[in-house]
Design a protein around this ligand. Structure first.
Ligand SMILES: [Zn+2]
Length: 451
C-alpha cells in the first residue's frame, strides 16, 4: 500500500489487494482486518516483467545456466515469467520433449516459465498440433540453422553435405507451416538473418568490424521482409526476435504499413550500446545479431519511442566465463540480461519522457504475444498478483557480484540505471527482495490462451 501503481488507466496512488495469489481489488477500499500489508510508500508498483526471449540452457548445457539460476536472476530483476527458447538439447521439436522440459523446469523454477517450440524444415502439421497441445507458447524458426538428427541439436552450419544435418528451415518451410500455425492461434517467431547473405559474407572474425561485415544489416532486412510477406498471406502472427538494425526496422515498418500482422522485439544491448563499446567490453558484447552502429541504435530507440517496436526482451544467453574468454573469433555469442531488463527499460523510458512506458514494453506487450493477456501483464482485479516494487530513487549499478545468473559478466556491465527492484512477488508470494531469496521453487508452467 501507498505506492504509485501502474494501472490500465495510468499511474495511480492506490492500494492493491491480493488473495489466493490473485489481485482482488485496486483502489482505496479498506483492506480486511486480518490483511497483511506491504508498505510501498515512495515506490512504484509494477506488473512483473515477462521476458519472452531467454535461453535457460537446460537441458543440455547446465554448466552455462539452468532453470534454477535463470529464474533466480529473473526474480531478482522483477521478471515473473520467462519464456524459454527451444534450442536446448534435445531441442524442443516434439510434444514429448516439451513435456520433459516442462517437468525439469517445474522442479527448479522460482518464477513462471513458458516454452517456445522449434520449427524445423522436417516439422509436420501433426508435430505442430502435438506441441500446441503440450502448451507451446509459439514456434521459433532459426533461419540458417541446421538440425543434427543424431544429437537433436540446432546449430549454424552451411555444411549441408553432412548426412547428419537436416537442412535449415527456409522461407518455403515458413510458407508451408504458417497457415497451420495461424489456425492454431499461436505466433511464429523468427531469428531474422537471411542465410544466403550470411554465407556470402562469411569470413574469419578477428576484429569487431569483421563481425559487422559478416552479419550485415541487410541480412536482417531481407529476412524480415520475406517472412512478413508470408505472414501477410497466411494471417499468422509473426514476431521478429532481437531486432538489431535500422534497415531491419525500416523493412518491418514497410510490412506493417502494408498490413502484415507483425510484432517487433529489441533488446537492451541494442538500445544502450554500439560498436564503439567493444573496446571497453570485448567478448561480453559479442551477440548475434551483432550490436551495430550508433545510427542503428538511435533508429531502434526512435522505433521504440514511436511504438513501432512494441516490446523489449533480453535474449538472455549465458555461457561459461572460460568460453567467453576465448579469442574473439571462437568465443560463443550471447550475454546474460534477464536480471537487468526492468531497470534498464525504466531508465530508457524515463529518458524518453514517460517512465510508465516501461511496463508496457516488458509486461503488457509480451503478455499479449505469449497469449498470457488474460492472467498476466496488468495490475487489475482477476489477474495473477505478479507484482514488482521498484525504488525510483535508488540506482542499480550492473556489477558481476550481484548477478544471480551463472555468467556474471554481460553486455551491460558497468552501467548505472536510476531504479532498483526492491521486491518481486509471484502470485502474491515474495520470491526476491526484502533480504530474501526464493529458495523454494514456486514457479509454474504457463500455457497460452489460444486465439
Ligand atoms: Zn536468442
Amino acid at each position: 500500500m501507498g505506492g504509485t501503481v501502474h494501472t490500465p488507466e495510468g499511474p495511480r496512488e492506490v492500494d492493491v489487494q491480493i488473495a489466493g495469489g490473485v489481485i482482488t481489488a485496486v483502489g482505496n477500499d479498506r483492506a480486511p482486518e486480518d490483511a497483511r500489508t506491504v508498505d510501498a510508500r515512495g515506490m512504484y508498483v509494477l506488473p512483473g516483467a515477462i521476458d519472452v526471449h531467454v535461453h535457460s540452457r537446460d537441458p543440455g548445457f547446465p554448466q552455462k545456466e539452468d532453470f534454477g539460476t535463470l529464474t533466480a536472476a529473473a526474480a531478482a530483476g522483477g521478471v515473473t515469467t520467462v519464456v524459454d527458447m527451444p534450442n536446448t538439447v534435445p531441442a524442443v521439436d516434439a510434444a514429448g520433449v516439451m513435456e520433459s522440459k516442462a517437468a525439469l523446469a517445474r522442479r527448479q523454477a522460482r518464477v513462471d516459465v513458458g516454452l517456445w517450440a522449434l520449427l524445423r524444415s522436417g516439422t509436420t502439421s501433426e508435430d505442430l498440433e502435438g506441441l500446441a497441445a503440450a502448451g507451446a507458447i509459439g514456434f521459433k524458426a532459426y533461419l540458417g540453422y541446421a538440425f543434427s538428427l543424431t544429437r537433436k541439436q540446432v546449430h549454424y552450419s552451411p555444411d549441408l553435405d553432412d548426412p547428419d544435418l537436416e537442412a535449415p528451415p527456409d522461407y518455403g518451410t515458413l510458407a508451408r507451416l504458417a497457415p497451420v500455425i495461424a489456425e492454431l492461434g499461436l505466433p511464429l517467431l523468427i531469428h531474422a538473418e537471411d542465410p544466403g547473405i550470411l554465407a556470402a559474407f562469411r569470413r574469419p572474425l578477428e576484429t569487431y568490424a569483421d563481425l559487422l561485415a559478416a552479419r550485415p544489416a541487410e541480412a536482417e532486412a531481407v529476412a524480415v521482409a520475406a517472412a512478413a510477406e508470408i505472414a501477410g498471406a497466411s494471417g499468422v502472427r509473426l514476431h521478429v526476435a532481437h531486432l538489431s538494425s535500422a534497415a531491419g526496422l525500416a523493412a518491418a515498418q514497410e510490412a506493417i504499413r502494408a498490413g502484415a500482422p507483425l510484432t517487433l522485439e529489441t533488446c537492451p544491448q541494442y538500445l544502450w550500446l554500439c560498436d564503439d563499446d567493444f573496446r571497453r567490453l570485448g567478448n561480453a558484447m559479442k551477440v548475434y545479431p551483432p550490436i551495430r552502429t550508433a545510427s542503428d541504435r538511435d533508429a531502434l530507440l526512435e522505433g521504440l519511442a514511436k511504438g513501432v517496436i512494441g516490446m523489449v526482451a533480453t535474449d538472455h544467453a549465458p555461457h561459461t566465463d572460460e568460453e567467453k574468454a576465448a579469442p574473439f573469433g571462437e568465443a560463443p555469442s550471447g550475454s546474460p540480461g534477464v536480471q537487468t531488463l526492468y531497470v534498464s527499460c525504466l531508465e530508457l523510458a524515463k529518458r524518453q519522457g514517460d517512465v510508465w512506458r516501461a511496463p508496457r514494453w516488458v509486461s503488457e506487450a509480451p503478455a499479449a504475444l505469449a497469449g498470457l493477456q488474460e492472467s498476466k501483464g496488468t495490475i487489475a482485479p482477476g489477474f495473477d498478483a505478479d507484482i514488482v516494487i521498484v525504488d525510483p530513487n535508488k540506482a542499480t549499478r550492473v556489477r558481476a557480484d550481484v548477478m544471480r545468473s551463472r555468467q556474471r559478466h554481460g553486455a551491460l556491465d558497468g552501467m548505472e540505471f536510476g531504479f532498483s527492484v526492491r521486491a518481486t512477488y509471484l502470485r502474491g508470494s515474495l520470491v526476491s527482495g526484502e533480504g530474501r531469496r526464493a529458495e523454494r521453487p514456486s514457479g509454474r508452467i504457463v500455457r497460452p490462451f489460444r486465439r
